[in-house]
Design a binder for this molecule. Structure first.
Ligand code: SAH
Length: 341
């Protein structure tokens, strides 16, 4: 019998499984708390479960785990970047950042990525596989354990396209926010997407309260398709329409990511085009960052970040320059995995 990944099961599923094993309903809740609150690594640690039940669990399920393959700590601000290895040897990155308002964790949702954005290191070696709900949870559990810090907000902005692993990501979010487990409110979660339009509509219907962060990086089809292949499938007009729908349906403002690349998307004309594109869905927010220079790419950081930001604000668009943390360890997103494949 192939063992099931118990950390990927929702509270309801665990309850059903235990009832099928002849146990009372409340045992499901007890087991769930052991797994997600106390975060045991073996069933034998669950001291209020009978030896008979523990042996049944051992026969049918496994408790997934990951290991720290590498860890880089910033000497400037303590930002910690983990390279985690999953049980099959695949790897992904997680970053723990501390802000004035608390600790934020950035997790990966896939090993590699299919999206092919030309400035992004995560996609250069292609796509390997989706991460399981348990593998997303374990990035949080292990980072909290190792750092001694509690994650107060979460961003799905590491390696991978979360909406391309939609079912597992939703399952993960359900487990993460369940009161019997970590109980993190989804209002403290941001999900970043390159713009898979159909899935944005699906997500809007669920009204989960999470912030949708859209990686825009260019305001016209011509400019966006040149750096983001996904734009050939879903053009900017279609994407903005979906964002508008998300905002109307959920009441949550959209946050747009815009990485400024010297000579590519950082001039006054681009700022004007961006204002024109976003005006119809204001209030929204634009997060500006100078592009992270990666080994595989020709792109250089823009020097115009501040002036670009002022142009947007003058044009009536809410914009800020994102504070850079961990500058000394910021092998750009995906770079650490690329160097350790
Ligand atoms: N696939 C999702 C989430 C992962 S990427 C997405 O596209 O949103 C997380 C963010 O980092 C995205 O906004 C992405 O565009 C951005 N990013 C990737 N490579 C970058 C680089 N070299 N410099 C700056 N931002 C980058």
């Amino acid at each position: 019998m192939e063992k099931k990944d118990i950390l990927s099961l929702s509270p309801g599923e665990i309850e059903e499984e235990l009832i099928a094993l002849g146990e009372k309903k409340f045992r499901g809740k007890q087991l769930y708390e052991w797994l997600h609150k106390k975060r045991v690594v073996s069933f034998s640690e669950c001291t209020n479960l009978s030896a008979a039940l523990i042996s049944k669990l051992d026969e049918r399920y496994f408790i997934n785990r990951l290991t720290i393959k590498r860890k880089l700590v910033s000497a400037i601000d303590g930002t910690t970047k983990y390279l985690y290895e999953f049980s099959d040897g695949e790897k992904a990155e997680t970053v723990m950042m501390s802000y004035n308002h608390g600790n934020s964790l950035c997790i990966s949702t896939q090993v590699g990525c299919k999206m092919g954005c030309s400035f992004c290191a995560s996609t250069k070696a292609g796509f390997v596989r989706n991460l399981l709900p348990s593998e997303m949870l374990l990035q949080i559990y292990e980072s909290e354990r190792d750092s001694g810090k509690k994650v107060e907000s979460l961003v799905l902005m590491g390696i991978g396209e979360p909406l391309d692993n939609y079912d597992n990501v939703l399952k993960f979010l359900g487990i993460l926010s369940s009161p019997e487990g970590t109980n993190l409110s989804l209002r403290h979660v941001s999900l970043s997407t390159c713009g898979l339009v159909e899935k944005i509509y699906d997500l809007a219907e669920l009204k989960l309260g999470l912030t949708l962060s859209v990686s825009l990086h260019a305001p016209t089809d011509e400019k966006r398709s040149a750096i983001m292949p996904v734009n050939k499938r879903y053009g900017t007009a279609e994407l903005i329409e979906a964002c508008k729908y998300y905002f109307e349906k959920t009441g949550r403002r959209i946050s747009f990511e815009f990485a400024l690349i010297s000579g590519v998307n950082d001039n006054a004309e681009t700022a004007k085009e961006l204002i024109r594109l976003l005006k119809p869905i204001s209030p929204c927010h634009v997060n500006l960052i100078p592009v992270n220079e990666i080994k595989e790419g020709p792109y250089r950081k823009s020097e115009n970040v501040k002036s670009f930001c002022s142009m947007l604000i003058k044009g009536g668009i809410n914009a800020t320059v994102r504070r850079t943390l961990g500058a000394d360890i910021s092998a750009a997103c995906g770079q650490l995995r690329r160097d350790n494949i």
